[in-house]
Design a protein around this ligand. Structure first.
Ligand code: NAD
Length: 380
Protein backbone atom coordinates (compact mmCIF):
# COMPACT_ATOMS: atom_id res chain seq x y z
CA UNK A 1 0.00 0.00 0.00
CA UNK A 2 1.11 3.54 -0.70
CA UNK A 3 0.52 6.08 2.05
CA UNK A 4 -1.36 9.20 0.92
CA UNK A 5 -0.88 12.53 2.68
CA UNK A 6 -3.19 15.41 1.82
CA UNK A 7 -3.03 19.10 2.73
CA UNK A 8 -5.16 18.28 5.80
CA UNK A 9 -2.45 15.91 7.03
CA UNK A 10 0.26 18.55 6.55
CA UNK A 11 -1.84 21.07 8.48
CA UNK A 12 -2.25 18.47 11.29
CA UNK A 13 1.53 17.98 11.49
CA UNK A 14 2.07 21.75 11.79
CA UNK A 15 -0.77 22.13 14.33
CA UNK A 16 0.70 19.27 16.37
CA UNK A 17 4.29 20.56 16.56
CA UNK A 18 3.89 24.30 15.95
CA UNK A 19 5.58 26.08 13.04
CA UNK A 20 8.84 26.85 14.85
CA UNK A 21 9.42 23.19 15.68
CA UNK A 22 8.51 22.12 12.12
CA UNK A 23 11.08 24.54 10.70
CA UNK A 24 13.68 23.21 13.13
CA UNK A 25 12.94 19.59 12.25
CA UNK A 26 12.93 20.31 8.53
CA UNK A 27 16.26 22.16 8.60
CA UNK A 28 17.75 19.20 10.42
CA UNK A 29 16.49 16.76 7.71
CA UNK A 30 17.69 19.18 5.00
CA UNK A 31 21.15 19.59 6.54
CA UNK A 32 21.48 15.80 7.00
CA UNK A 33 20.75 15.18 3.34
CA UNK A 34 22.86 18.11 2.06
CA UNK A 35 25.82 16.73 4.05
CA UNK A 36 25.36 13.37 2.26
CA UNK A 37 25.63 15.15 -1.13
CA UNK A 38 27.95 12.57 -2.74
CA UNK A 39 25.49 9.74 -2.02
CA UNK A 40 22.82 11.18 -4.32
CA UNK A 41 22.19 10.54 -8.00
CA UNK A 42 21.46 14.16 -9.01
CA UNK A 43 20.21 15.93 -12.12
CA UNK A 44 18.81 19.33 -13.05
CA UNK A 45 15.02 19.28 -13.13
CA UNK A 46 13.11 18.74 -16.37
CA UNK A 47 11.04 21.79 -17.32
CA UNK A 48 8.22 22.12 -19.86
CA UNK A 49 7.64 25.80 -20.59
CA UNK A 50 4.51 27.41 -21.99
CA UNK A 51 3.45 31.01 -22.62
CA UNK A 52 2.04 31.46 -19.09
CA UNK A 53 4.22 29.21 -16.96
CA UNK A 54 6.23 26.09 -16.47
CA UNK A 55 5.66 22.52 -15.24
CA UNK A 56 8.68 20.75 -13.79
CA UNK A 57 9.68 17.27 -12.63
CA UNK A 58 12.37 16.99 -9.96
CA UNK A 59 13.86 13.50 -9.47
CA UNK A 60 16.65 12.38 -7.13
CA UNK A 61 17.74 9.13 -5.44
CA UNK A 62 20.21 7.67 -2.98
CA UNK A 63 20.90 3.94 -2.60
CA UNK A 64 17.69 3.35 -0.62
CA UNK A 65 15.06 5.88 -1.66
CA UNK A 66 13.96 7.71 -4.78
CA UNK A 67 11.77 10.80 -4.93
CA UNK A 68 10.29 13.15 -7.46
CA UNK A 69 8.25 16.32 -7.22
CA UNK A 70 5.78 17.65 -9.77
CA UNK A 71 5.62 21.43 -9.50
CA UNK A 72 4.33 24.27 -11.64
CA UNK A 73 4.94 28.03 -11.75
CA UNK A 74 2.14 30.13 -13.26
CA UNK A 75 2.37 33.76 -12.02
CA UNK A 76 -1.04 34.74 -13.48
CA UNK A 77 -2.92 31.84 -11.88
CA UNK A 78 -4.40 34.10 -9.18
CA UNK A 79 -6.64 35.58 -11.89
CA UNK A 80 -8.44 32.23 -12.13
CA UNK A 81 -8.39 31.57 -8.38
CA UNK A 82 -5.40 29.21 -8.39
CA UNK A 83 -2.03 29.51 -6.64
CA UNK A 84 1.12 30.28 -8.63
CA UNK A 85 2.84 27.15 -7.31
CA UNK A 86 1.16 23.71 -6.87
CA UNK A 87 3.01 20.49 -6.16
CA UNK A 88 2.85 16.86 -5.16
CA UNK A 89 5.53 14.20 -4.85
CA UNK A 90 6.40 10.56 -4.40
CA UNK A 91 8.89 8.69 -2.23
CA UNK A 92 9.77 5.22 -3.48
CA UNK A 93 11.83 2.23 -2.40
CA UNK A 94 14.92 1.86 -4.65
CA UNK A 95 15.29 -1.89 -4.01
CA UNK A 96 11.89 -2.72 -5.53
CA UNK A 97 10.62 0.52 -7.07
CA UNK A 98 7.55 0.48 -4.80
CA UNK A 99 6.01 3.95 -4.29
CA UNK A 100 5.75 4.15 -0.50
CA UNK A 101 4.44 7.71 -0.08
CA UNK A 102 2.34 10.03 -2.26
CA UNK A 103 2.09 13.47 -0.72
CA UNK A 104 0.81 16.93 -1.35
CA UNK A 105 3.78 19.28 -1.65
CA UNK A 106 2.19 22.70 -2.10
CA UNK A 107 2.14 23.59 1.60
CA UNK A 108 5.22 21.44 2.10
CA UNK A 109 7.15 23.32 -0.60
CA UNK A 110 6.48 26.59 1.19
CA UNK A 111 7.73 25.02 4.45
CA UNK A 112 10.83 23.46 2.86
CA UNK A 113 11.71 26.57 0.83
CA UNK A 114 11.57 28.76 3.91
CA UNK A 115 13.53 26.19 5.94
CA UNK A 116 16.20 26.00 3.20
CA UNK A 117 16.42 29.81 3.03
CA UNK A 118 16.85 30.01 6.80
CA UNK A 119 19.40 27.19 6.82
CA UNK A 120 21.48 28.99 4.18
CA UNK A 121 21.13 32.32 6.02
CA UNK A 122 22.41 30.73 9.25
CA UNK A 123 25.74 30.42 7.41
CA UNK A 124 25.58 33.44 5.12
CA UNK A 125 23.88 36.28 7.01
CA UNK A 126 25.55 38.29 9.77
CA UNK A 127 24.90 36.75 13.17
CA UNK A 128 23.56 40.10 14.40
CA UNK A 129 20.96 40.35 11.58
CA UNK A 130 17.60 41.46 13.05
CA UNK A 131 15.79 43.19 10.16
CA UNK A 132 14.56 41.62 6.94
CA UNK A 133 12.98 43.23 3.88
CA UNK A 134 10.41 40.93 2.30
CA UNK A 135 9.65 41.81 -1.32
CA UNK A 136 6.73 39.78 -2.70
CA UNK A 137 4.00 39.11 -0.15
CA UNK A 138 2.25 36.18 -1.81
CA UNK A 139 1.81 32.52 -0.87
CA UNK A 140 5.40 31.86 0.21
CA UNK A 141 5.86 35.04 2.22
CA UNK A 142 4.48 34.10 5.69
CA UNK A 143 6.63 30.97 5.67
CA UNK A 144 9.76 32.99 4.83
CA UNK A 145 9.03 35.64 7.48
CA UNK A 146 8.33 33.08 10.20
CA UNK A 147 11.28 30.80 9.40
CA UNK A 148 13.62 33.79 9.65
CA UNK A 149 11.92 34.95 12.85
CA UNK A 150 12.11 31.55 14.54
CA UNK A 151 15.48 30.32 13.24
CA UNK A 152 17.50 33.53 12.86
CA UNK A 153 15.94 35.85 15.41
CA UNK A 154 14.61 38.36 12.87
CA UNK A 155 12.63 40.95 14.86
CA UNK A 156 11.44 43.29 12.12
CA UNK A 157 10.09 42.53 8.65
CA UNK A 158 9.71 45.36 6.14
CA UNK A 159 7.12 44.48 3.52
CA UNK A 160 6.50 45.49 -0.06
CA UNK A 161 4.40 44.06 -2.87
CA UNK A 162 2.96 45.62 -6.03
CA UNK A 163 -0.36 44.18 -4.84
CA UNK A 164 -1.34 45.98 -1.62
CA UNK A 165 -3.98 43.31 -0.87
CA UNK A 166 -1.19 40.72 -0.65
CA UNK A 167 0.59 42.92 1.90
CA UNK A 168 -2.70 43.37 3.85
CA UNK A 169 -3.00 39.57 4.04
CA UNK A 170 0.61 39.16 5.20
CA UNK A 171 0.22 41.84 7.89
CA UNK A 172 -2.98 40.11 9.08
CA UNK A 173 -1.05 36.86 9.57
CA UNK A 174 2.09 38.33 11.12
CA UNK A 175 0.75 41.10 13.33
CA UNK A 176 -0.09 38.74 16.23
CA UNK A 177 3.34 37.05 16.26
CA UNK A 178 5.08 37.92 19.53
CA UNK A 179 8.45 39.63 19.10
CA UNK A 180 7.97 40.41 15.42
CA UNK A 181 7.53 44.02 14.26
CA UNK A 182 5.82 44.40 10.89
CA UNK A 183 6.41 47.50 8.77
CA UNK A 184 4.55 48.25 5.53
CA UNK A 185 6.70 50.07 2.96
CA UNK A 186 5.79 52.05 -0.14
CA UNK A 187 8.52 50.66 -2.40
CA UNK A 188 11.27 48.06 -2.60
CA UNK A 189 13.84 50.83 -2.05
CA UNK A 190 12.12 51.89 1.17
CA UNK A 191 11.81 48.30 2.41
CA UNK A 192 15.45 47.37 1.85
CA UNK A 193 16.94 50.58 3.31
CA UNK A 194 18.89 49.55 6.41
CA UNK A 195 17.74 45.89 6.26
CA UNK A 196 20.23 43.18 7.24
CA UNK A 197 18.59 40.60 4.99
CA UNK A 198 16.62 41.05 1.76
CA UNK A 199 14.28 38.25 0.74
CA UNK A 200 12.86 38.52 -2.76
CA UNK A 201 9.99 36.12 -3.43
CA UNK A 202 8.16 37.70 -6.31
CA UNK A 203 6.45 35.91 -9.19
CA UNK A 204 6.84 37.25 -12.70
CA UNK A 205 7.69 35.45 -15.91
CA UNK A 206 10.43 37.82 -17.08
CA UNK A 207 13.80 39.23 -16.15
CA UNK A 208 12.48 41.58 -13.48
CA UNK A 209 14.92 43.84 -11.67
CA UNK A 210 13.65 43.97 -8.12
CA UNK A 211 16.98 44.78 -6.43
CA UNK A 212 19.44 47.22 -8.03
CA UNK A 213 23.07 47.92 -7.00
CA UNK A 214 22.20 51.30 -5.39
CA UNK A 215 20.06 49.44 -2.80
CA UNK A 216 22.93 47.28 -1.56
CA UNK A 217 24.64 48.11 1.73
CA UNK A 218 27.79 46.43 3.11
CA UNK A 219 27.06 43.29 5.13
CA UNK A 220 23.66 42.55 3.58
CA UNK A 221 22.53 39.01 2.85
CA UNK A 222 20.17 38.49 -0.08
CA UNK A 223 17.84 35.50 -0.09
CA UNK A 224 16.70 35.47 -3.74
CA UNK A 225 13.87 32.94 -4.01
CA UNK A 226 11.62 34.09 -6.86
CA UNK A 227 14.05 33.97 -9.82
CA UNK A 228 13.91 30.26 -10.61
CA UNK A 229 13.40 29.79 -14.34
CA UNK A 230 15.16 30.70 -17.59
CA UNK A 231 14.22 34.33 -18.36
CA UNK A 232 12.92 34.89 -14.78
CA UNK A 233 15.26 36.78 -12.44
CA UNK A 234 15.03 39.31 -9.62
CA UNK A 235 18.52 40.72 -9.05
CA UNK A 236 20.40 43.16 -11.26
CA UNK A 237 23.54 41.47 -12.63
CA UNK A 238 25.77 44.04 -10.88
CA UNK A 239 24.31 43.00 -7.50
CA UNK A 240 25.62 39.50 -8.17
CA UNK A 241 28.94 40.79 -9.53
CA UNK A 242 29.85 42.41 -6.19
CA UNK A 243 28.62 39.59 -3.95
CA UNK A 244 29.68 36.12 -2.82
CA UNK A 245 27.08 33.90 -4.45
CA UNK A 246 25.87 30.53 -3.12
CA UNK A 247 23.65 28.10 -5.03
CA UNK A 248 22.02 24.72 -4.46
CA UNK A 249 23.10 22.60 -7.47
CA UNK A 250 25.29 24.51 -9.91
CA UNK A 251 24.21 22.79 -13.18
CA UNK A 252 20.56 23.68 -12.45
CA UNK A 253 21.25 27.15 -11.03
CA UNK A 254 23.27 28.21 -14.11
CA UNK A 255 20.10 27.59 -16.15
CA UNK A 256 17.42 28.82 -13.74
CA UNK A 257 18.93 31.05 -11.07
CA UNK A 258 19.74 34.73 -11.06
CA UNK A 259 23.26 33.63 -12.10
CA UNK A 260 21.82 32.73 -15.53
CA UNK A 261 22.70 36.37 -16.31
CA UNK A 262 26.36 35.86 -15.52
CA UNK A 263 29.22 34.36 -17.58
CA UNK A 264 29.64 30.56 -17.30
CA UNK A 265 32.80 30.99 -15.20
CA UNK A 266 31.23 33.42 -12.69
CA UNK A 267 32.20 31.94 -9.30
CA UNK A 268 29.51 30.30 -7.20
CA UNK A 269 29.72 28.01 -4.16
CA UNK A 270 27.32 25.11 -3.68
CA UNK A 271 25.52 25.18 -0.32
CA UNK A 272 26.38 21.57 0.60
CA UNK A 273 30.08 22.50 0.71
CA UNK A 274 29.36 25.18 3.31
CA UNK A 275 27.13 22.84 5.35
CA UNK A 276 29.87 20.19 5.38
CA UNK A 277 32.52 22.75 6.34
CA UNK A 278 34.38 22.25 3.02
CA UNK A 279 33.86 25.91 2.03
CA UNK A 280 33.41 29.12 3.99
CA UNK A 281 30.06 30.89 4.17
CA UNK A 282 30.22 34.55 5.15
CA UNK A 283 33.83 35.56 5.80
CA UNK A 284 33.57 39.30 6.60
CA UNK A 285 30.92 41.38 8.39
CA UNK A 286 30.80 43.83 5.47
CA UNK A 287 30.66 41.15 2.76
CA UNK A 288 27.52 41.00 0.60
CA UNK A 289 26.24 37.43 0.29
CA UNK A 290 23.55 36.03 -2.03
CA UNK A 291 21.70 32.74 -1.73
CA UNK A 292 20.48 32.32 -5.32
CA UNK A 293 17.75 29.78 -4.54
CA UNK A 294 15.83 27.92 -7.25
CA UNK A 295 14.72 24.88 -5.24
CA UNK A 296 16.52 21.57 -5.63
CA UNK A 297 15.16 17.99 -5.64
CA UNK A 298 17.23 17.06 -2.58
CA UNK A 299 15.12 19.50 -0.51
CA UNK A 300 11.94 17.67 -1.53
CA UNK A 301 13.58 14.30 -0.84
CA UNK A 302 14.38 15.50 2.71
CA UNK A 303 10.86 16.90 3.09
CA UNK A 304 9.22 13.66 1.94
CA UNK A 305 11.39 11.72 4.42
CA UNK A 306 10.24 14.06 7.17
CA UNK A 307 6.58 13.73 6.13
CA UNK A 308 6.86 9.93 6.02
CA UNK A 309 8.31 9.90 9.55
CA UNK A 310 5.64 12.30 10.79
CA UNK A 311 2.86 10.23 9.21
CA UNK A 312 4.18 7.14 10.99
CA UNK A 313 4.65 8.88 14.35
CA UNK A 314 1.27 10.64 14.33
CA UNK A 315 -0.73 7.94 12.52
CA UNK A 316 -1.66 10.24 9.65
CA UNK A 317 -2.67 9.56 6.07
CA UNK A 318 -4.52 6.78 4.39
CA UNK A 319 -3.55 3.67 2.48
CA UNK A 320 -3.97 3.93 -1.25
CA UNK A 321 -4.23 0.96 -3.63
CA UNK A 322 -1.92 2.62 -6.15
CA UNK A 323 -0.19 -0.68 -7.01
CA UNK A 324 -2.17 -3.93 -7.29
CA UNK A 325 -1.56 -6.43 -4.46
CA UNK A 326 -1.36 -9.67 -6.48
CA UNK A 327 -1.39 -13.23 -5.13
CA UNK A 328 0.63 -14.19 -8.25
CA UNK A 329 2.80 -11.21 -9.32
CA UNK A 330 2.71 -12.48 -12.93
CA UNK A 331 -1.08 -12.59 -13.00
CA UNK A 332 -1.78 -8.90 -13.52
CA UNK A 333 -4.74 -9.69 -15.79
CA UNK A 334 -6.66 -11.21 -12.86
CA UNK A 335 -6.71 -7.73 -11.26
CA UNK A 336 -9.22 -6.65 -13.91
CA UNK A 337 -11.69 -9.12 -12.33
CA UNK A 338 -13.47 -9.59 -15.64
CA UNK A 339 -16.38 -12.03 -15.94
CA UNK A 340 -15.34 -15.25 -17.76
CA UNK A 341 -14.94 -14.30 -21.45
CA UNK A 342 -16.18 -17.53 -23.06
CA UNK A 343 -19.68 -17.64 -24.61
CA UNK A 344 -21.31 -20.56 -26.50
CA UNK A 345 -20.43 -18.82 -29.81
CA UNK A 346 -16.77 -18.19 -29.00
CA UNK A 347 -15.84 -21.13 -26.79
CA UNK A 348 -13.23 -23.39 -28.42
CA UNK A 349 -14.61 -26.72 -29.72
CA UNK A 350 -13.35 -30.02 -28.34
CA UNK A 351 -10.55 -31.29 -30.63
CA UNK A 352 -12.57 -34.11 -32.23
CA UNK A 353 -15.40 -31.72 -33.12
CA UNK A 354 -12.92 -29.15 -34.52
CA UNK A 355 -11.45 -31.79 -36.82
CA UNK A 356 -14.91 -32.84 -38.05
CA UNK A 357 -15.95 -29.23 -38.61
CA UNK A 358 -12.83 -28.55 -40.67
CA UNK A 359 -13.39 -31.64 -42.82
CA UNK A 360 -16.93 -30.48 -43.51
CA UNK A 361 -15.73 -27.09 -44.69
CA UNK A 362 -12.72 -28.27 -46.67
CA UNK A 363 -12.57 -32.06 -47.19
CA UNK A 364 -9.00 -31.88 -48.51
CA UNK A 365 -6.37 -30.92 -48.06
CA UNK A 366 -7.08 -30.50 -44.35
CA UNK A 367 -4.04 -28.45 -43.30
CA UNK A 368 -4.81 -25.26 -45.26
CA UNK A 369 -5.57 -23.22 -42.17
CA UNK A 370 -3.68 -22.79 -38.96
CA UNK A 371 -6.62 -24.16 -36.97
CA UNK A 372 -6.77 -27.28 -39.11
CA UNK A 373 -3.01 -27.77 -38.88
CA UNK A 374 -3.26 -27.44 -35.11
CA UNK A 375 -6.17 -29.90 -35.02
CA UNK A 376 -4.20 -32.40 -37.11
CA UNK A 377 -1.16 -32.12 -34.90
CA UNK A 378 -3.21 -33.15 -31.88
CA UNK A 379 -4.01 -36.69 -30.89
CA UNK A 380 -7.56 -37.61 -31.79
N1 NAD B 1 13.40 28.90 -4.84
C1 NAD B 1 12.45 28.06 -4.50
O1 NAD B 1 12.72 26.98 -3.99
C2 NAD B 1 11.03 28.45 -4.69
C3 NAD B 1 10.01 27.72 -4.06
C4 NAD B 1 8.69 28.14 -4.18
C5 NAD B 1 8.40 29.24 -4.97
N2 NAD B 1 9.41 29.90 -5.62
C6 NAD B 1 9.12 31.07 -6.44
O2 NAD B 1 8.77 32.13 -5.57
C7 NAD B 1 7.94 33.06 -6.27
C8 NAD B 1 6.78 33.46 -5.40
O3 NAD B 1 5.93 32.36 -5.20
P1 NAD B 1 4.51 32.55 -4.50
O4 NAD B 1 3.94 31.18 -4.36
O5 NAD B 1 4.65 33.39 -3.26
O6 NAD B 1 3.77 33.38 -5.62
P2 NAD B 1 2.52 34.39 -5.45
O7 NAD B 1 2.03 34.63 -6.82
O8 NAD B 1 1.59 33.89 -4.43
O9 NAD B 1 3.18 35.74 -4.88
C9 NAD B 1 4.10 36.49 -5.59
C10 NAD B 1 3.90 37.95 -5.24
O10 NAD B 1 4.93 38.73 -5.91
C11 NAD B 1 4.36 39.99 -6.18
N3 NAD B 1 5.20 40.68 -7.17
C12 NAD B 1 5.38 40.40 -8.48
N4 NAD B 1 6.23 41.29 -9.03
C13 NAD B 1 6.60 42.13 -8.05
C14 NAD B 1 7.47 43.25 -8.00
N5 NAD B 1 8.10 43.69 -9.08
N6 NAD B 1 7.63 43.90 -6.81
C15 NAD B 1 6.96 43.47 -5.70
N7 NAD B 1 6.12 42.42 -5.70
C16 NAD B 1 5.95 41.75 -6.85
C17 NAD B 1 2.97 39.65 -6.66
O11 NAD B 1 2.10 40.76 -6.58
C18 NAD B 1 2.58 38.52 -5.69
O12 NAD B 1 1.85 39.01 -4.58
C19 NAD B 1 7.55 32.36 -7.56
O13 NAD B 1 8.29 32.92 -8.62
C20 NAD B 1 7.94 30.92 -7.36
O14 NAD B 1 8.30 30.30 -8.56
C21 NAD B 1 10.71 29.52 -5.47
Amino acid sequence: MTRLLTTTDIARIVQHHGLASCFQQLTSYLADDYRRWQEFDKSARVANHSAEGVIELMPIADARAYSFKYVNGHPKNHRVGLPTVMAFGVLADVATGTPTLLSELTLSTALRTAATSALAAQHLARTDARTMALIGNGAQSEFQALAFHHLLGIEEVRLYDLDSAATDKLIRHLSAVPGLRVVRCASTAEAVRGADIITTVTADKRNATIVTPDMIEPGMHLNAVGGDCPGKTELHADVLARASVFVEYEPQSRIEGDVQQMPADFPVTELWRVLRGDARGRQQPDEVTVFDSVGFALEDFATLRWLRDQAEALGLGQDLALVPAMADPKDLFAELALAPAATPETAPLPIGEARAAMRAISPEPLATTAAAAQADAMPA
